[in-house]
Design a protein around this ligand. Structure first.
Ligand code: 4AD
Ligand code: MG
Length: 464
């Protein structure tokens, strides 16, 4: 058995607790070489073991038995270092590890695609399996992990019940025809009655329809899992597999829904700032200067609310005043493109913006129709740099109204159970969906969804 290695995160944690690292005696640290520079009598290795964002500086000299090998270690090599901690408060790093012995555990061959220099996001996307070893992606995927726990903490601390809604489903929850069919039939001509489930099956586009019944039993619930959409959108914000958080609350209208959205986003910001200070600092310095100010500003003030109708008026005026949109024709009833959303959130609200009460014809069937007969009690949360990161609504709780709408769209079959909820103890209820990957983009300033997902799946893109 190997002697117990000390994790770099433990070293920094003891330092923070004010413990004397020099008194640890000889320790073993195992990790990967980030950089190595040797100047003959003395050499320095920046060693990262993945347990925290920070590296430890290893200092070695020519007395090492294998000095020649160590001096030529390349970026990426796996090594074990036995040595003593020396405190260096006057230097950039608070301590260093003076090596007595360095064992090479895994060498790196010369064709290793990661080098000391900065690589582009595009290049790193091609080697997705290696990019967690870079600073940017180490920071990003740790924040992703921490944020996932933050989401659970937010909802669980408020008494929400976590529901595992299925990934395989018989319905298209959004009614937008963007489902991936799953089948065991290799001959596509065969009727789906002969398939695995005896009916057409697909990957879920949203857990909402399955989570609503739980809200009508537990009051406050959420689902959080992978979601799949066959959207042929080749943008920086669309993935065909992404994670979605979908809370659903009973006895609640759109206003209650928006309160929860705002609290949730603010909680997530505070959470990552508190739990991942090194990573967030890195994003500020290397990826998105101004990120910290932006996030603190979001925490400090209430989100803006705007009616869809008012948004359209503002966009029309903007066009009259010479603002150039690719989609120039602005009219009531249109679905907003991301350029329009961004104009409203960046130029008008200058921060997160709730756009509410959309035309019913461009929104999903389950949304509550407003008294004007034209709009639904829907709400998108738009943020600068991205556009929509949340979509939500109050649900249509009236049986007759919902049934008529579903009949018109021809999707009653298979969803009778969903309609029954309106007959048996129905109540006003609301919910929303946060795109987890888009939220991560917002919190880190990373501009492409392909970078926030460990192995992105996008239109025409399936590698690894
Ligand atoms: O607005 P959407 O389609 O809403 C729903 O699915 C509702 N059922 C949610 C609910 O009320 N329970 O999607 C919600 C969010 C979007 O705002 C966006 O952040 C994200 O999911 N999203 C995507 N993220 C990445 N790639 C895609 N292709 C996405 N499509 C939606
Ligand atoms: Mg939406």
């Amino acid at each position: 058995m190997q002697p117990h290695a000390t994790k770099i995160t433990e070293l920094y944690a003891s330092l923070t607790r004010g413990e004397d690292l020099a008194a640890l005696g000889e320790i073993l640290v195992e990790g990967w070489v980030r950089t190595n520079r040797d100047s003959g009598s003395i050499g320095f290795i920046s060693l990262n073991d993945g347990t925290c964002f920070k590296c430890v500086q290893v200092v070695y000299d020519d007395k090492l038995a294998n000095h020649d090998v160590v001096a030529h270690l390349l970026t990426g090599a796996a090594i074990g270092v036995k040595g003593h901690i020396v405190l260096t408060p006057e230097m950039k790093q608070p301590f260093e590890l003076r090596a007595n012995e360095i064992v090479v555990i895994g060498e790196v061959e010369g064709d290793y695609p990661l080098q000391k220099k900065r690589h582009s996001f595009e290049y790193l996307r091609e080697i997705a399996y290696l990019r967690p070893r870079t600073n940017t992606f180490a920071a990003l995927y740790r924040v992703r992990s921490v944020l996932a726990l933050g989401i659970h903490e937010f909802f669980q601390s408020r008494g929400f019940v976590y529901v595992h809604t299925p990934e395989i489903t018989g319905n298209d929850a959004e009614g937008a025809g963007q489902t991936f069919t799953i089948t065991t039939l290799d001959d596509k001509g065969k009727p789906s009655e002969t398939d695995f489930y005896g009916r057409k099956a697909s990957l879920t586009v949203s857990g909402q329809l399955h989570v609503e019944p739980f809200a009508l039993a537990f009051h406050d619930v959420y689902t959080f899992g992978p979601t799949f959409r066959a959207e042929k959108s080749n943008t920086t914000r669309h993935a065909s597999e992404f994670w979605m958080i979908e809370p659903e609350i009973a006895f609640a209208d759109l206003e209650d829904d928006m309160v929860l959205m705002e609290e949730c986003i603010k909680f997530c910001i505070s959470y990552v700032l508190e739990k991942c200070p090194d990573e967030m600092d890195f994003f500020e310095k290397m990826i998105a200067p101004g990120l910290m100010d932006k996030l603190h500003a979001v925490l400090d003030r209430p989100f803006t609310k705007m009616e869809y109708t008012e948004g359209i008026e503002i966009l029309k005026k903007a066009v009259q005043n010479g603002v150039k949109f690719e989609n120039k024709k602005i009219e009531w009833g249109m679905d907003l493109q991301s350029e329009h959303e961004r104009y409203l959130t960046e130029e008008v609200a200058k921060g997160p913006l709730f756009l509410i009460n959309y035309p019913k014809d461009i929104k999903a069937f389950y949304m509550k129709e407003n008294d004007d007969g034209k709009t639904v009690a829907a709400c998108d949360l738009l943020v600068p740099g991205e556009g929509e990161i949340i979509g939500g609504s109050e649900r249509e709780a009236r049986y007759d109204v919902l049934r008529a709408k579903m009949e018109k769209q021809g999707n009653v079959e298979g969803l009778e159970w969903y309609l029954n909820l309106r007959k048996w103890g129905g109540c006003p209820h609301s919910g929303f969906g946060i795109g987890f990957d888009r939220l991560l983009m917002y919190l880190t300033g990373v501009a492409n969804i392909r970078d926030t997902e460990p192995y992105p799946r996008t239109f025409g893109g399936l590698k690894y």
